[in-house]
Ligand binder design. Structure first.
Ligand SMILES: [Zn+2]
Length: 376
């Protein structure tokens, strides 16, 4: 489960399969589907190329000239082609759920519209040009939602679409943020992590959806400008773009990388070599328990990652930096994390944007948001 960044999880699964194809040639050949190749694996009767080349991943599906084919607000029930894409993807991934469009007139639709309308103007301008649709479904399977990249006529990332499962988004903002943060540690009855991203008067589902949407829009921006590799860029393309180098290092030239974070090292790993074991939404499967919480956040306060989630991969570093920068700096909303244990409340983390540790990243986020290619 990876509710607010499911695209990354899915992408990792797909690309891990591709990588495995290079590594296990004998066993793969023995178990291959008819016509299966290393570049086009088949899972449960579905070819990877059926997903990667599906019409919904092309700009021609979403636009005709300067006009969008979907309704004006670009928020609504998933169209039939997108439902087909999701069902193919679920089959490929091994999920049994068969998504259906959410109702056209629902409280969830109104909450998503309210959340989008509340975004700062700079982000709405990006969304108007690069976010082609927010599709609402039921029975998505495997998560709460995800973003996928849409290719332009030249094959580069033109933008993306977001899918949200209305049945899985039932928490208010602070409860959702606390639930996500705590998911990286084994559950315990005598402690909890409390994340405050909204004042009590604004602690509602709209603002939970708002934070999730900002994270996914961050992935869309990343794909368009090539800050990491989510849009299909390569190591050379991300070199020198100003974001990646702030927190991440490159692998040796001979080491083919597929998704940042899988094989890459952060610049802060020497102080926490087990960073790669960090996994959100792992709950009982987590490699970390309550005893690790204070040391992990102490390490985090010595990095330039704005959140713990940002430390999981360069792509989620960008998405988390984007959402947290917009949320705290542009919107002036709260961000604080505390550990509650045995009747005590201990400070873990607050916004980093006024701290020297995030000064370079703050300047970079400000500059990237103003880059012309995001807005064209
Ligand atoms: Zn994400």
């Amino acid at each position: 489960m990876c509710p607010s960044c499911y695209s990354i999880c899915k992408m990792k699964r797909l690309l891990t399969i591709i990588t495995a194809g290079f590594l296990c040639q004998v066993s793969c050949i023995q178990n291959a589907w008819p016509g299966e190749t290393e570049d086009d694996p088949v899972r449960n009767g579905i070819r990877l190329s059926q997903l990667s080349s599906h019409p919904v991943r092309s700009i021609a599906y979403w636009r005709q000239g300067d006009q969008f084919k979907v309704q004006k607000t670009r928020i609504g029930p998933a169209p039939p082609e997108l439902i087909e894409f999701m069902r193919l993807d679920n089959t490929f991934q091994g999920y049994s759920e068969r998504p259906v469009p959410a109702p056209r007139d629902s409280e969830f639709l109104r909450d998503v519209e309210t959340a989008m309308a509340s975004l700062p103007r700079a982000v709405r301008r990006i969304a108007e040009r690069r976010l082609f649709y927010i599709a609402l479904v039921r029975d998505l399977g495997g998560g709460t939602g995800y973003m996928d990249v849409v290719a332009g006529s030249d094959g580069s990332a033109a933008g993306g679409f977001i899918i949200l499962d209305e049945g899985a988004l039932d928490r208010n903002a602070n409860a959702w943020a606390s639930w996500r943060e705590g998911s990286a540690f084994q559950p315990g009855a005598d402690w909890s992590i409390e994340v405050r991203i909204e004042a009590p008067a604004n602690d509602n589902r709209v603002n939970a959806i708002r934070y999730i949407l900002l994270h996914e829009i961050g992935h869309v921006v990343d794909a368009v400008i090539g800050a990491t590799q989510i849009g299909g860029g390569n190591t050379q393309n991300i070199a020198g773009n100003g974001f990646y180098d702030l927190s991440w290092t490159y692998p040796p030239p001979s080491q083919e990388i597929v998704v940042p974070g899988d094989t890459l090292r952060s610049r802060f790993d020497s102080a926490w070599p087990d960073r790669e074991l960090l996994a959100f939404y792992s709950f009982n499967e987590s490699r970390y328990d309550v005893a690790d919480i204070q040391p992990v956040y102490q390490w985090l306060r010595g990095t330039n990652f704005p959140t713990l989630y940002a430390a999981t991969s360069s792509a989620d570093d960008f998405a988390e930096s984007f959402v947290n920068y917009v949320h705290v700096v542009l919107d002036k909303r709260p961000f604080e994390i505390r550990l509650r244990q045995g009747g005590q409340s201990e400070f873990l983390l607050s916004s980093c944007w006024e701290s020297p540790r995030c000064a370079d990243k703050k300047a970079t986020m400000k500059r990237l948001l103003l880059r012309a290619e995001v807005l064209q």
